[in-house]
Design a protein around this ligand. Structure first.
Ligand code: GDP
Ligand code: IMO
Ligand code: MG
Length: 433
């Protein structure tokens, strides 16, 4: 029997996906990434070391498992090489354990410039992207102009030159728009240097096996191997279901694992939905439960809520159960994983948003737009005032924390089977379903 499980973020990203994928890896034969690119980062901590992964799956640290970058991913050779070389230097050579789909799309240096130019042309309405060229690369994929990893093997220079020329014309026209709006034009300065480096990194990429990943994965499944699919970003950043247009450019929901790997929907077993005991968001866009006061600042400070790569301040707020019910529904979540409860250790009371009032009318369903006229309705729970970071089993939990877990399970109608009480691999408590 084949086994494919999916682990994905249920909020606006940075839920702690990397940490839990690493914890769960020993249960699987293969770990894959199915969408996204080096937009942001997944952090892992163990044996006193901290690692931030961007394109490489978080299954690379546990016992030589095969890791695959799927067709749904967008790959920047430059950032990939940096990431892989750093790992090699710390004793983790990946060339034999990491394979890359020929159908994954390449992020070109000009995609980054296009990302910048798009944002500049939007003026005040900018998305606050990570600036890594994610949107433009997926746009090229859908508009049938993309360059794929498999293209490296055949007539690559010509394909690259055509894409670059097209991008330059697009950037020039976006620059005109930005200037008209009183903004700044994107400069081509440094592009040549970047391009040179990028081409060398393409050569480095060749050290890895480029595969027809859909065939490789399905053949491995036929042999009885098991697979864990690692999502990036979070469901509220999904291009279809997230807080559009303030979203990323891929399908971050579970269905993305099917299209991003070539796996049939009926192969998927468990869907692990991961969330923080509160909520964060990076970049622009609506966030109904956002806190602008001292409480928000306290969560940010205690949770070290700053981007793993960019250091950008993450916006913080209370947990939003309306949004979580919605993303649990979209993904068919079978098991929940709650992270960072320890961040709330010193709060006398904890709030949870159970419904919204939209134009004065109460609803428990996530509406079309969460931009205006949303008043979150809260339930207030007693805090536990206990240091959770030293808990090693469920019995160690204070009663108030047990009550918080039971409250969430009831509201979300899904069991919480894993609890994380600190960033280290060991600070993870498994419960039975
Ligand atoms: P990802 O993008 O979903 O993989 O998450 P990030 O790595 O961007 O952000 C999660 C951050 O929280 C990282 O700095 C982790 O080391 C940290 N972290 C993960 N789990 C816990 C936890 O249970 N408690 C605390 N305090 N930190 C955690
Ligand atoms: P991980 O995998 C948090 C946000 C950006 C921006 C929007 C669009 O670490 O959870 P993009 O560069 O994707 O076009 O930016 O999405 N964003 C993330 N926020 N965690 C992430 O990834 C993110 N990846 C993108 O801040 O608002
Ligand atoms: Mg992250």
């Amino acid at each position: 029997m084949s086994k494919v499980d999916v682990l994905l973020g249920l909020q606006w990203g940075d839920e702690g996906k990397g940490k839990v994928v690493d914890v769960l890896t020993p249960r699987y034969d293969i770990v894959t990434r199915f969408q996204g690119g080096p937009n942001a980062g997944h952090t892992l901590e163990f044996d006193g070391q901290k690692y931030v992964l961007r394109s490489i799956p978080s299954g690379i640290f546990q016992g030589g498992k095969l890791n695959i970058i799927g067709n749904g991913v967008v790959l920047d050779p430059l950032l990939f090489m940096k990431e892989a070389m750093e790992l090699a230097q710390s004793g983790h050579d990946l060339t034999q354990r990491l394979q890359i789909s020929k159908k994954a799309h390449l992020i070109l240096p000009t995609h980054r410039l296009l990302d910048k130019a798009n944002e500049a042309a939007k003026g005040k309405a900018k998305i606050g992207t990570t600036g890594k060229g994610i949107g433009p690369t997926y746009t090229d994929k859908v508009s049938r102009n993309g360059v794929r990893v498999g293209d490296i093997l055949d007539n690559f220079e010509q394909k690259y030159a055509a894409a670059k020329q097209r991008h330059i014309e697009m950037i020039e026209s976006l620059n005109d728009l930005a200037i008209k709006k009183g903004g700044e034009a994107v400069s081509f300065e440094g592009l040549e240097e970047l391009e040179k480096e990028w081409m060398q990194d393409i050569e480095y990429l060749r050290k890895f096996r480029f595969i027809d990943s859909e065939h490789v994965i399905n053949n491995l499944l036929k042999e009885g191997k098991s697979l864990l699919c690692e999502g990036a970003q979070g469901s509220l950043l999904d291009v279809d279901f997230g807080s559009y247009p303030f979203v990323t450019s891929s399908n971050t929901v579970c269905a993305g694992a099917c299209t991003g790997l070539g796996i049939a929907p009926n192969k998927i077993g468990e869907v692990f939905g991961i969330f923080k005991a509160y909520c964060t968001r990076v970049g622009s866009g609506p966030f109904p439960t956002e806190l602008f006061d001292e409480t928000g600042k306290k969560i940010r400070d205690l949770g070290h809520e700053y981007g793993a790569v960019t250091g950008r301040e993450r916006r913080c707020g209370w947990i939003d159960l309306v949004a979580l019910r919605y993303t649990i529904m979209l993904n068919g979540v079978t098991q929940l994983i709650m992270m960072k409860s320890d961040v709330l250790d010193s709060f006398p009371t904890i709030k949870a948003c159970t419904s919204y009032k939209v134009n004065g009318v109460e609803t428990r369903e996530f509406p079309f737009s969460i931009e205006e006229n949303i008043e979150p309705q809260y339930v207030e729970l007693k805090g536990w005032n206990t240091d959770l970071t030293h808990c090693t089993k469920e019995e160690d939990f204070p009663q108030e924390f047990k009550d918080y877990i039971a409250f969430l399970e009831k509201e979300l109608e899904t069991p919480i089977t894993i609890l994380s009480v600190g960033p280290d691999r060991d600070q993870t408590i498994l419960r039975t379903k």
